[in-house]
Design a binder for this molecule. Structure first.
Ligand code: UGA
Length: 434
């Protein structure tokens, strides 16, 4: 099939590349000329494990192409994915200017039947708005479908190639047939394609993310209780997770959820609820707990240093909002670093992928180390902010010899409490007695 993907961010580039991988011809369109030139020249613009190899192969075999010209991108294609940003406004609402702007443009260019697919996370009712924006300038046949993306950064290729499910919101039989064919190779194991109406599909995406965010905030509150009651959150997590109704996954407490999706989507759903005069009480609490949790580790640090952080040097391991990505959007590490700097402390940070992105925020207000060990030299304490695998079994003796004092604040519970005690560290983590 010939496919167009508009927008080459995380979702667009993964979608385009993975659709090309099964033999489709995909043209990706983006207004950012520099980005398009880079991609055309075989330079990948995001870090996503496994993506580069697929990207290079499909580019070489000419199944994947890039352009800034929407007209050229749409030529001969039957299916058009919109993978555009929907940035949050001050009030939490999702801004649809990019989605509707492109829809308007598509309306002016359409000549024959196409399926226009909303891949971005968009508020309920957007498919109707996109339909209206296209219909303003085109009165032929076309379908607008909601097909939300559930991929996770860091495992996006795997998630795309073998999705748990594919949700397709459309009542058009023609679109259903074409999309069943398109997604056939991705659901060979028998995972379902779930058809529903557009509005339900749009809400499904928000419900999924809001539910997962709720799970995390709930566990962060249980961790707070564990700290106060002398219980161990790892044990409680295992104890409840073995109940299939709860499930083992997504129960890890930490320093709060970040990324480009959960914080934005939870707020957008609260906003949608307000618009229909409903008070979505749980979700307000989910956001509040997350904000509290982001600075929880800083409170522990302040307590340990008797509220005097001026002149102290902190080593921070991990900057990305989670491992296996260079994405720092809403990363808890940023708030922790800002709080330390405001208190007069200095920071040296290490991250395997996200340093360049963080440099754009803090400039030379913090130092960056080439290795995780350079980072801790002479530091008053080590802070673990992202659970990259390479932090899990470090050389503790080396850490002991490099740190000024053997103090570790672990926001991701990567180390074993007993091991740390035996090694002689002052070790504080989340929801576990130390
Ligand atoms: C999330 C969803 O998991 C995807 O299904 C969805 O498609 C995506 O948003 C999106 O809407 O585009 P992602 O933001 O890539 O994916 O990251 P997650 O792996 O879900 O992690 C989100 C945050 O939750 C991270 O900050 C992570 O550290 C935190 N988290 C996750 C916890 O604190 N505890 C956990 O047990 C799991």
């Amino acid at each position: 099939m010939k496919i167009t993907v508009v927008g080459t961010g995380y979702v667009g580039l993964v979608t385009g590349t993975c659709l090309a991988e099964t033999g489709n011809h995909v043209c990706c369109v983006d207004i950012d000329e520099r980005k398009v030139n880079k991609l055309r020249n075989g330079q990948i613009t995001i870090y996503e494990p496994g993506l580069e190899k697929l990207f290079e192969r499909n580019l070489k075999e000419e199944r994947l192409s890039f352009t800034t010209d929407l007209k050229e991108g749409l030529e001969d294609s039957e299916i058009v994915f919109l993978a555009l940003p929907t940035p949050p406004g001050e009030d939490g609402s999702a801004d649809l200017k990019y989605v509707l702007g492109v829809a308007d443009h598509i309306g002016k260019l359409l000549k024959d039947y196409k399926i226009i697919i909303d891949k971005s996370t968009v508020p309920v009712g957007t498919a109707e708005k996109v339909h209206a924006a296209i219909a303003k300038n085109y009165n032929g046949e076309f379908d607008v479908v909601s097909n939300p993306e559930f991929l996770r950064e860091g495992v996006a290729v795997e998630d795309f190639m073998k999705p748990d499910r594919i949700v397709i919101g459309t009542t058009s039989e023609r679109a259903k047939v074409l999309l069943t064919e398109l997604y056939g190779p991705y659901v060979r194991q028998g995972n379902p394609i779930i058809f529903m109406d557009e509005r339900s599909a749009e809400l499904t995406k928000y419900a999924a993310n809001a539910f997962l965010a709720t799970k995390i905030s709930f566990m962060n509150e249980i961790a707070q209780m564990c700290e106060r009651l002398g219980a161990d959150v790892d044990m409680v997590r295992k104890g409840i997770g073995s109940d299939e109704r709860i499930g083992k996954r997504f129960l890890f407490p930490g320093i709060g959820y970040g990324g480009s999706c959960f914080p934005k989507d939870v707020k957008a759903l609260v906003y949608s609820a307000k618009e229909v005069a409903y008070d979505f009480a749980i979700l307000d609490a989910v956001t509040e707990v997350n904000e509290r949790q982001k600075i929880h580790l800083v409170s522990k640090i302040r307590r340990y240093f008797n509220n005097d952080l001026a002149g102290k040097k902190f080593a921070v391991w991990g900057l990305a909002f989670k491992p296996n990505t260079d994405d720092i959007r809403e990363a808890p590490s940023l708030e922790i670093i800002s709080a330390l700097l405001e208190s007069g402390a200095s920071v040296c940070a290490f991250d395997p992928e996200a340093v360049n992105n963080v440099k754009q925020i803090f400039g030379d207000r913090i130092n960056f180390a080439e290795t995780q060990y350079d980072c801790i030299e002479n530091a008053d304490a080590l802070i673990v902010a992202t659970e990259w695998n390479e932090f899990r079994t470090p050389d503790f003796d080396k850490i002991l010899s490099l740190l000024k004092d053997p103090v570790i604040f672990d926001g991701r519970n990567v180390f074993d409490v007993q091991v740390m005690e035996k090694k002689g560290f002052h070790y504080e983590s989340i929801g576990r007695s130390s």
